[in-house]
Design a protein around this ligand. Structure first.
Ligand SMILES: NC(=O)c1ccc[n+]([C@@H]2O[C@H](COP(=O)([O-])OP(=O)(O)OC[C@H]3O[C@@H](n4cnc5c(N)ncnc54)[C@H](O)[C@@H]3O)[C@@H](O)[C@H]2O)c1
Length: 288
């Protein structure tokens, strides 16, 4: 089955999926956004609408451009709709079995030329790709949060990812207006591996009673020059997602203590205090 390279499919309409779908539609791609229920799709599309409306009000987008972008975005509950797309980007929760199950389904639903990408933060692209038959056309495309604002995308080559797949995906990332950087399939790739001690040491200081959340964030921003402190960033990313990434790197490095997860983060995860998305994390937000 032939595929349309100017059509992109995104799986999962959450924080990352909705953002990636927006980036693709803004760059002129016809974009399909899939999730498991209409409610999640509507929420994702609603977030995109709010973002675009804000851009229009700030004069960064005309009303006509806004309408054109929205017209290029469609929600779907059927994976079969992905059959003719050139590239699918998976952004479902960070659970390895879920991702592998989805890659198996995508492999069956998509045309053989379709490139399948995972937005995983911490799992091996090679392991996810092994669930599909087309392993040479599976790679990692790791966008950063929030995708419409963050320029960098790690283009991750799994053990069996073909050079042509890397080239095509790199070019598509450029066409989406992003900055691709090539990485090999090592745990955490580049950014998430380097970022782990940033979160973990902040959590250790907190656990030791060394300083408050607010103080640590203030110091890292004021003196360290970071745009956000570690706790603000964990709340933005989602405690569940960040905790899962730390656990996964800890496993991948055979329990190297440098990557040991924090009991504080585990407690927050189990209590459902997941940061901005639940209204409560290290800080409290809005009226949620
Ligand atoms: N949050 C971040 O800062 C960040 C940054 C980079 C990469 N990532 C990665 O992106 C991925 C998604 O993270 P997120 O923060 O967007 O999660 P999220 O929880 O905000 O969204 C996940 C979405 O996937 C949907 N979903 C669940 N099961 C599904 C299925 N079987 N099929 C289709 N959709 C399904 C959920 O309904 C939800 O809408 C993860 O792999 C994560 O590690 C996250």
């Amino acid at each position: 089955m032939s595929v349309n390279p100017s059509k992109i499919g995104v799986l999962g309409a959450g924080t990352m999926g909705a953002g990636i779908a927006q980036v693709a539609a803004q760059a002129g791609f016809d974009t399909l956004l899939y999730d498991v229920s209409q409610e999640f799709i509507d929420r994702g599309l609603g977030r995109i609408r709010t973002f675009l409306e804000g851009s229009r009000k700030r004069g960064k987008l005309s009303a006509e451009q806004e309408q054109q972008i929205l017209a290029r975005l469609k929600g779907t509950l059927k994976l079969e709709d992905f059959s003719g797309v050139g590239l699918v980007i998976e952004a479902v929760p960070e659970q390895i079995e879920l991702k592998r199950e989805i890659f198996k389904k995508l492999d069956a639903a998509c045309g053989i030329e379709t490139i399948l990408a995972t937005n995983t933060s911490s799992f091996s692209v090679t392991v996810i790709a092994a669930a599909a038959r087309r392993r040479e056309r599976v790679l990692g495309l790791h966008f950063f949060n929030p995708p419409p604002l963050m320029a960098l995308v790690e283009v991750v080559q799994g053990e069996q990812t073909g050079a042509a797949t890397m080239e095509t995906a790199t070019e598509l990332v450029r066409r989406m207006g992003k900055t691709p950087v090539a990485a090999k399939d090592t745990p955490g790739f580049i950014v998430n591996r380097i970022a782990r001690p940033f979160y973990n040491e902040a959590l250790r200081i907190l656990n030791d009673g060394g300083a408050t959340v607010e103080t640590i964030d203030k110091v890292m921003k004021g003196a360290g020059g970071f745009p956000m402190g570690p706790f603000e960033l964990m709340d933005l990313i989602g405690i569940d997602i960040n905790f899962a990434a730390t656990q996964s790197l800890f496993e991948a490095f055979f329990h190297d203590p440098r990557f040991r997860p924090s009991p504080i983060q585990q407690r927050m995860f189990l209590a459902g205090n997941l940061g901005r998305k639940t209204g409560r994390g290290f800080y409290t937000y809005g009226d949620k």
